[in-house]
Design a protein around this ligand. Structure first.
Ligand code: B12
Length: 303
């Protein structure tokens, strides 16, 4: 049985809408637990999910409420889905609007729904990246307050951290440490990297932003990592960042791979990079690298 919060998160129907639909149309009839709280069956979640999809495709809830689950299924099969872009954009828009209106719970719920309903790669590329860019740009331009920016980054840190933890619990692959070097405070890109790598079987330890070279080396070695992924976004600090990267490359044991990604790596041309550093152009190249690492570790374990 599910609580109203869990039903809302997995069906994508907000708690307010769910209550209104129950009151007005009796679309599902939850049981009550011993404390009088609503308690829903798995079939209710499936029905609510279908109802949400059908309303998103333009059908009125007053009419849908009278239909059986099978009939709603047929209706969905007959009505073309709106494009993925519309749906994914709406999650990003909901998060942004909730932050701008100081509604942190709604921001949290929009992201939970995105995680529940969309593939992880889509959440990163089409929900998180645009919303983080947008709120960050507004903050830089002075049209959003720090508190509004923090609603989004706080929500992202919390939920992405929880998903990484969940994957880590079942991970059997090699360890990857993820961080940014001293002077680089932009951390959302590498956090997205940690999420993607953990979903591909690597155990991911997200160390955080702005970490001195010595600490990165100690942490990566002590955790027994097979690879270290670093992110570079702050283009104006490239010379300092490359010097930090060189320090890490000099002291980290040779068996540990070093990967570097992020927008500022495009400015690395002409900088003297340590040979062992592998530059990764985008998340697709990064995922490829993670797959190779996880694959080679699997082969070693099998032989
Ligand atoms: C939010 C933000 C901040 C926040 C960061 C908060 C945090 N906790 O991370 C704070 C307030 C700290 C900040 C500070 C500064 N910022 Co700022 N910031 C941004 C902003 C608006 C969004 C960054 C973000 O989170 N994006 C979302 C993530 C998901 O995307 P991303 O970081 O771009 O990463 C993408 C790629 O780079 C890549 N990627 C990133 N990491 C990795 C790693 C790997 C392995 C791979 C494969 C790929 C990859 O994939 C990601 C998805 O596409 C950008 C503008 C923008 N539109 O990007 C400016 C921006 C990056 N900042 C900028 C500047 C100038 C600064 C400051 C110097 C401002 C100041 N005067 O103080 C300081 C510098 C701080 C420092 N020392 O690092 C400039 C950089 C300009 C340049 N030429 O480099 C930008 C571009 C703004 C601008 N338009 O001028 N900033």
């Amino acid at each position: 049985m599910f609580s109203i919060k869990a039903v809302s998160q997995t069906s994508g129907v907000s708690i307010e809408t769910l209550r209104a639909w129950e009151r007005r149309y009796g679309i599902v009839t939850p049981q009550r637990d011993t404390n009088g709280r609503r308690s829903y069956a798995p079939e209710d979640v499936i029905r609510l999910r279908k109802l949400r999809e059908a309303t998103e495709r333009g059908h009125a809830i007053s009419k849908l409420a009278r239909l059986s689950d099978d009939d709603i299924g047929k209706l969905l099969a007959d009505t073309p889905a709106r494009t993925g872009a519309v749906t994914t954009r709406s999650f990003a828009e909901q998060m942004l609007q909730a932050a701008l209106d100081y509604r942190p719970d709604d921001c949290d719920q929009a992201l939970s729904m995105a995680f529940a309903l969309l593939p992880l790669r889509t959440v990163v590329g089409e929900v998180l990246s645009p919303v983080l860019h947008e709120i960050g740009e507004r903050w830089h331009a002075g049209t959003a307050r720090i508190a509004q920016e923090h609603i989004i980054t706080g929500t992202v840190r919390k939920q992405v951290g929880a998903v990484i933890d969940t994957y880590n619990r079942i991970a059997s692959g090699p360890t990857v440490v993820l961080a940014t070097v001293a002077g680089e405070r932009h951390e959302m890109g590498i956090l997205m990297g940690a999420l993607l790598a953990s979903s591909r079987g690597a155990r991911c330890y997200y160390l955080g932003p702005d970490v001195p070279a010595e600490d990165i080396v100690i942490y990566t070695e002590r955790t027994g990592a097979a690879a270290l992924a670093l992110s570079f976004v702050h283009g104006e600090a490239v010379a300092g960042s490359v010097a930090e990267l060189a320090r890490v490359a000099k002291d980290l044991p040779a068996a540990i791979e070093i990967w570097a990604g992020g927008a500022a790596t495009r400015l690395f041309d002409g900088q003297k990079l340590p040979e062992r550093v592998r530059l990764l152009e985008d998340f697709a190249a990064f995922e490829n690298q993670v797959d190779m690492l996880v694959g080679s570790s699997g082969r070693r374990q099998a032989s």
